[in-house]
Design a protein around this ligand. Structure first.
Ligand code: NAI
Length: 678
């Protein structure tokens, strides 16, 4: 073989004439299978085919990552199905050529191996993977509205069997090396120090491929496939509607119809993925992916090396924020009014740790070591960041700030988790108001990805950047938001929730209201959501917002809270709950769903437009990111403002005007609708 040099690949022969093919994508922190990377691979393969090495080992030169998948930007440039077919056929041809090499081929995986990267590894004869915590493998394409399109459907099923592989592809779940080895997706998980040796061993020994377990082989039988496929459809339909998310349904059909003929299944994979790639759902989900990437960039401009987090208020939010920070590696102290309250905080933390680490006792002990109950507030003087999560009372918060500020370390930032108080109202008690910022987490902290970074008039730019950097360091998505009533997410969500509650007042069944919302694509109906958040909290936020927004508190909300029925946490709210499970009446006949849906959704869209006009966040994209990651707004619609553009602002304004005539001026369209182009 000649010694050409490549921009993205490096060839290295060892003494045993094994070719170590290093991928090191030029000018990039991580490897992607871009067109350029593929073009070079094409040439390299041609050389390998001419002069076979003893074996081929594909590895990455990036630190702690293998291949993150295809270059999604290129995917967005595909104009139609025909272009998508050409794109996929080229990738298929390369994978087929790797598979056809008559020397042993091994993927040596350390770090993230996703999507196209996993498909490439599956085209090799063997996969060995380091069992480090940074090593993960998966086929998450379903999250982008498609499914694996580089031959990964056929090859993952061949390695792991249909039950395990379909489960992975349908959920998009990313798994550890050990889990991957257990299901047969990889051949061996080894400690990093043994990885090279293991890769070489596979080349030298060329063991026979592992045989699938009997159950997995049976599941692929043509008589059983339709039965299993219908079970899969059932499971998928409980999470995603076919008209909103077609990809999982198409994947199940692909397997059901073609699993008996691998060649045909590969061809059909191209057809199906190329169709899906150009749907609105896929385009919108890809946009959601990029919105997430944009959020991740916040706070990147600054280096904020915090070590110690001090949380004041160990209640629902403070307690969960503290345990989350401990999970993410910070030393954390938690302060509350009494040791008894802190005992509760500690109990909750144990539950969080168990949920996170399952039976990994070492990890639980380590997290516990990082989390300290601190009744006296000694941590105030040591912390790099103090997060206040005490009662929602401005006077109490101000008083607390005044007492702690003199003890705070120089340069430490003070963050409040307030959900409704303006920062300007809180910073007045500080000598240095520039160090106060809002870090508005959502409940439950461990599951909600978004954190609103609230900046008041006085917040220093550095403080703001540091708060964003901190949010990133604990794996959250920071969204900078101007201090204003309700900030962004609650402000947009509340009118939608309250309209739902008004409809309950009017006698419409909660089940019908929730169905109208989930039919639109919301992950949960507003009535069930209000019950889950807590009706007392909803009432509280609504009454604060009613001072500045055109909203009135529905009577039934006050009544139900006065009775002590606060939702899921008390076992009864708008719905009743048995063992934490909502009890819905399944016999209800749903009428008038379209109007019910319009009433709720138009309120949400109108408030989004008002926020845009007021510059609550930087731009339209940030409103969309806020509603998707903060409220779960139908991701396949790609956000509220994007939805307005999709549907046409004029059409939606016409809807608003019909609703205004029927229900009054709470449906008056914000003036800024006029500025939105279709
Ligand atoms: P909580 O009532 O569960 O906890 C508050 C804790 O603060 C209590 O344990 C209390 O003893 C402690 N506390 C009160 N004054 C204190 C003081 N001076 N020093 C030390 N500890 C003190 O309240 P929750 O729900 O955790 O809310 C806390 C903050 O988070 C509030 O500002 C709330 O608006 C905000 N928030 C709440 C959300 C929720 O869903 N509960 C969501 C987002 C923000």
């Amino acid at each position: 073989m000649n010694n050409k040099s490549y921009n993205n690949w490096k060839l290295e022969f060892d003494e045993a004439s094994i070719l170590w093919l290093h991928l090191d994508m030029a000018d990039a922190g991580a490897n992607l299978l871009s067109s350029k990377v593929f073009a070079e691979l094409d040439t390299i393969l041609a050389d390998i085919e001419k002069e076979l090495p003893q074996g081929l080992i594909i590895l990455s030169d990036k630190k702690d990552s293998f291949i993150f998948g295809a270059d999604i930007k290129e995917f967005t440039e595909l104009k139609n199905q025909q272009e998508a077919i050409v794109f996929l056929e080229r990738a298929h041809a390369l994978m087929n050529r790797i598979e056809a090499l008559s020397c042993p081929t091994v993927s040596m995986i350390h770090g993230m191996c996703l999507g196209g990267g996993t498909e490439l590894s599956l085209a090799c004869d063997y996969r060995v993977m380091s069992d480090e915590s940074c090593s993960r493998i998966g086929l998450p394409e379903i999250k982008l509205g498609i499914f694996p399109g580089y031959g990964g459907t056929v090859r993952s099923i061949r390695c792991a069997g249909p039950l395990a592989a379909m489960n992975m592809m349908l959920t998009g779940r990313i798994i550890t090396a050990r889990a991957a080895s257990k299901i047969g997706l990889i051949d061996e998980a080894v400690p990093l120090r043994q990885l090279k040796h293991a890769a070489k061993r596979f080349v030298m020994d060329s063991p026979k491929p592992r045989k699938l377990a009997l159950l997995q082989r049976l599941a692929n039988h043509k008589l059983l496939r339709p039965l299993i496929a219908s079970q899969m459809r059932k499971q998928v339909s409980s999470k995603a509607k076919q008209e909103h998310y077609p990809a999982p349904y198409r994947l199940i059909d692909l397997w059901k119809n073609y699993a008996g003929n691998q060649g045909e299944m590969l061809k059909q994979e191209i057809q199906e993925v190329s169709k899906l790639a150009t749907t609105n759902t896929a385009r919108n989900l890809v946009r959601v992916f990029f919105l997430q990437e944009t959020l991740k960039k916040h706070g990147k401009q600054i280096e904020f090396k915090a070590k110690h987090v001090h949380v004041i208020g160990g209640g629902i939010m403070g307690g969960d924020i503290a345990s989350w920070c401990a999970i993410k590696g910070y030393n954390v102290t938690v302060q509350d009014q009494t040791p008894e309250r802190l005992a509760q905080t500690s109990k909750r933390a144990q539950i969080s740790f168990k949920k996170k680490y399952k039976r990994d006792r070492r990890a639980i002990v380590a997290a516990n070591d990082r989390l300290m109950m601190d009744h006296k507030g000694i941590g105030v003087a040591q912390a790099d960041i103090i997060i206040e999560a005490i009662f929602e009372d401005a006077d109490v918060k101000r008083e607390l700030y005044q007492s702690i500020e003199p003890r705070m370390k120089e340069g430490a930032i003070l963050a409040t988790n307030t959900s409704s108080i303006m920062l300007e109202d809180l910073s007045s008690s500080l000598n240095n108001p520039g160090r106060l910022v809002g870090l508005h987490f959502f409940n439950p902290v461990a599951l909600m990805p978004l954190v609103e970074i609230i900046h008041g008039e006085n917040t220093d730019e550095t403080t703001l950047q540091q708060a964003s950097a901190f949010a990133r360091s604990i794996g959250k998505l920071p969204l900078p938001v101007k201090s204003s009533p309700g900030f962004l997410v609650n402000r947009i969500l509340m009118p939608y929730l309250l309209e739902a509650v008004i409809m309950v007042d009017e006698g419409i069944a909660p089940e019908t209201i929730d169905k109208a919302a989930t039919d639109f694509g919301m992950p949960m109906g507003p009535i069930e959501l209000a019950d889950a958040v807590g009706l007392d909290i909803c009432k509280n936020v609504a009454s604060i917002l009613s001072k500045t927004m055109n909203i009135t508190l529905p009577k039934n909300l006050e009544k139900i809270v006065d009775k002590g029925n606060l939702g899921k946490k008390t076992g009864s709210g708008f719905y009743s709950y048995k063992k934490g499970k909502v009890q819905k009446n399944k016999k209800i006949k749903h009428n008038n769903l379209a109007e019910i849906q319009d009433r709720m959704i138009m309120k949400l869209l109108n408030e989004s437009v008002a926020c845009l006009r007021e510059g609550i966040v930087e731009n339209e994209d940030m409103i969309d990111a806020g509603v998707i990651f903060g409220t779960g707004f139908a991701p396949f619609r790609s956000g509220s403002i994007h939805h307005i553009h999709d549907e046409g602002a004029e059409n939606l304004m016409a809807k608003m005007s019909v609703l205004e005539k029927r229900f009054g001026d709470r449906f008056k369209a914000d003036e800024y609708w006029q500025e939105l182009e279709d």
